[in-house]
Design a protein around this ligand. Structure first.
Ligand code: PFF
Length: 453
């Protein structure tokens, strides 16, 4: 069967889809709590620095590969350089995508449960303690978390199956603007709470004493994850991008949106946290325990809770769609399967792995791989190894395997406009970015332990 390659229909569609992928649980669930754990403002500063210095060139490089190759994220490398012996390593981002989706849907499933509970008012009359106990018993149970996870995967698969234009593009174009509006509304509410300024101070007045190597690495990892780098998503999505779009402009808008929305997530959460006198470093439970508690005490909290969890659900969904598409397009093109068959097969495989992730908070808690639960092991493997390696591979490919002229042609739409910044970009791609990634990996194997002890 012949598979015609679909393309996004407009600039807005590309931006909505790519930004939809970038803005996810990473921004609204993870960024605020990692920030809270790492001293607030200082973390934001380093994060933004990494996003600008490394995130932008890396994202542009994935776009160069994807748009030039016009194929899935695995085939792209060998298509662009048929004699390149290491092209098979292009499978790494797909593997990362596969693993990430299986554990990401666990958290996304919890989000659905809390959207449901917010609508039915389930925790409205609960005390802080009861809220904490209920979260504990919910996320360690078997049936409910699995049902919600499957539900989210089902909706994701439905959108992906519908195709690039009729699925991904259509829903991103609705959900992204809606998310921005809801988020701004939530921020206005948070900023009008009594004592909100304490939260803003925590977010925006840098305390450099909090910066240490651990915080720096955490910020780098978070920037990678949040921009959806190294997962094959950007290569896949940019292969659906028209040759007329300017890569650097699209990347600029997406990076700006992703960073602003992450910071806005902080603005929406921390003023409330401080206003109700809660410890800002409450870890992963921030969104599922601390916030419901705050919603209970806030005027209009019932509505704001629904808005918040709806927002979180949409953020998760536009991201899961993008990451499922990576492997669906790969299987569809490589095995010459129909989109339907590819979607069903990939989703089923992810659901099976996902069961282990979800259950690793309860019945599977004792099952360890290298001392980590199944969920943590997949998170560790992807965030600390596969994403940096996948990212390094893509950037080395652009810097050293592709011809410089080709890279320049792709970025300037065949020299139809000037790109004065090309020299700087190319320098970062060839030297700075690989060096940074090698440092991350060296740190992973403990090479710097001697220096810090
Ligand atoms: N940028 C996404 C986020 O911040 O949540 C990263 C991501 C994770 C994308 C998982 C897709 C996904 F399924």
């Amino acid at each position: 069967m012949k598979n015609e390659r679909e393309h996004f229909s407009s600039r807005f569609a590309v931006i909505a889809a790519v930004a939809g992928s970038a803005v996810g649980l990473g921004n609204i669930w993870k960024f605020p709590y990692v920030l809270g754990d790492n001293g607030g403002s200082a973390f934001i500063l380093i994060y933004v620095l990494f996003v600008v210095a490394l995130g932008i060139p890396l994202m542009m490089s994935e776009f160069v590969i994807g748009r030039r190759a016009q194929t899935n994220s695995f085939r792209a490398f060998s298509k662009l350089s048929p004699t390149f012996r290491w092209a098979f390593l292009g499978i790494i981002p797909s593997l990362a995508a596969f693993f990430i989706l299986s554990y990401y849907t666990t958290i996304a499933g919890w989000t659905l449960e809390y959207l449901y509970q917010s609508i039915t008012g389930a925790y409205r009359s609960h005390s802080a303690n009861e809220i904490a106990t209920n979260f504990e018993s919910f996320h360690t149970s078997i049936i409910d978390p699995l049902l919600w996870q499957f539900c989210l995967l089902g909706v994701t698969a439905y959108i992906v199956y519908a195709g690039v234009k009729k699925g991904i593009e259509k829903y991103s174009k609705i959900m992204m603007p809606l998310m921005v509006i809801l988020m701004i509304g939530m921020c206005i509410k948070a900023l009008t709470l009594e004592g909100a300024s304490e939260g803003l101070k925590f977010l925006f007045s840098p305390d450099f004493s909090k910066i240490n190597p651990q915080v720096i690495l955490e910020a780098l990892g978070q920037a990678f994850f949040s921009l959806s780098l190294g997962m094959g998503i950007l290569i896949t999505y940019s292969s659906y991008m028209s040759k007329k779009e300017k890569i650097h402009k699209t990347v600029g808008v997406v990076v700006l949106a992703d960073t602003l929305l992450a910071i806005l997530a902080g603005v929406m959460i921390f003023p409330a946290v401080f206003s109700f006198n809660i410890d800002p470093s409450s870890g992963p439970g921030l969104v599922f325990v601390t916030l419901p508690n705050i919603f209970n005490q806030m005027s209009g909290g019932f509505i704001f809770a629904i808005i918040f969890f709806l927002l979180l659900t949409m953020a998760a969904l536009t991201s899961t769609v993008s990451i499922l598409e990576v492997n669906v397009s790969l299987v569809q093109e490589e095995l010459k399967w129909t989109r339907k068959k590819a979607t069903i097969a990939v989703t089923t495989a992810i659901a099976i792995l996902g069961v282990f992730c979800t259950l690793s908070f309860g019945v599977g808690e004792k099952f360890h791989i290298f001392g980590l639960t199944f969920f943590d092991a997949l998170d560790y493997l992807t965030s600390n190894w596969l994403l940096p390696i996948g990212g390094a591979f893509a950037i080395i490919f652009v810097g050293f395997i592709l011809k410089k002229e080709d890279v320049k042609a792709e970025l300037s739409n065949d020299h139809s406009f000037q790109i004065k910044w090309f020299g700087m970009y190319y320098f970062v791609v060839r030297f700075i970015a690989p060096l940074a990634i090698v440092l991350i990996l060296l740190n992973q194997v403990g090479a710097f332990d001697l220096l810090t002890t």
